[in-house]
Design a protein around this ligand. Sequence first.
Ligand code: SAM
Length: 281
Amino acid sequence: MITPPSDAAVAAEDFLRTHHDGRPGRQSEGGEALLTADGRSSYRILADRVAGARRVLDLGCADGRLLELLAEAGAEALAGIDLSEGELAFARRRPALAGADLRCGRAQRLPFGDGAFDAVVSHMALMLMADVEHVAAEAARVLAPGGVLAVAVGGGAVEGQARELFLTLARPYFRATSAPAPTPRLGDRRTRSRDGLDEILTPHGFAPVTWETVTVDPRGTPERVWDVMAFTVYDMADLGAEQTAELRTRFLAESRALVAADGRLPCGMLIHHATTRLAGR
Ligand SMILES: C[S@@+](CC[C@H](N)C(=O)[O-])C[C@H]1O[C@@H](n2cnc3c(N)ncnc32)[C@H](O)[C@@H]1O
C-alpha cells in the first residue's frame, strides 16, 4: 500500500521545491566553498565513503555536484532524485552526468527497482526530509544486499565563531518575518544524531552507523563569509532587502572582533558523516 505524504511533508516539500527552483546551482556553490582544514569539501568526504561502488543513487541530489564527483571517481551507473526540476536541469548540463538517471520526485517513494544500487548517498538532504522512515524503507529496498548507505547531515555551528554569531543575530529577523510563506519546520531532528539515525535505520535492516564529525569553513573575509551564509541558510529568503542589508551591516560590524591575523573570519560548521551497510552479505 502506498502511504500518502503527511501534511508536514507536503508543506516542507512545496517550500523546498520553490526555493531550489529559484536558485539552481547555488547549493553546491556554497557546499564547495566549505572546506576542512586539509582542503576537502564535504562532497569529497562522502564520495570517498562509497569508493568502488558501481551503481550509486543520490537522494536530494539537487544540482548534481556529488554525482559529478562520483562519476569522476569511476562509478558507472549513477542516479539521482530531487524535488526541484530547476536543480535537476542544472545537473543535466554537467557533461559527466550525461548518462545519469536523474528523476524529479520524492525520496520517500523511489522510482527505482529493488536491489538496483550498490550504494545510496545523501548530502545535507536527509535531515530536511519529512516521513523519514519511508526514506529509510525505500533506501533499504533499492539497495542490493550488503549495500552501503552514506549520508552527511548538518551538525550546527562551532561555538564562538562567525556562524554562531550570524545565527544569533539573524534569528530575531527570521522570527519577525512578514514573508507570505515563511520557511516551515524542516525534517526530523533524529537524523542529526547518531542514536536518532540508528533508531530510524536499524528497523529497516541497516547496521548501526559509523559516525564522524568534520568541521568545514568558508575560510574567507567577513564579506565572503556573509555571502556564503546568505545563500545557504534557507530562512534568509524570508527577509526583505532592507532587513537583509541591516543584518549584513550588523554581522560585518560585530564579526570584526573575530577576524584572524590573516584577515579571515573563522566560521566553522559541523557536518556529521554517517555510514552503514544493509544486512545480507
Ligand atoms: C540542502 S539541499 C542539498 C543538495 C545537495 N545534496 C547538495 O548538498 O548540494 C537539499 C536538497 O534535497 C532536496 N530534497 C529535500 N527533500 C526531498 C525529498 N523528500 N525527496 C527528494 N529530494 C528532496 C531538495 O529539493 C534540495 O535540492
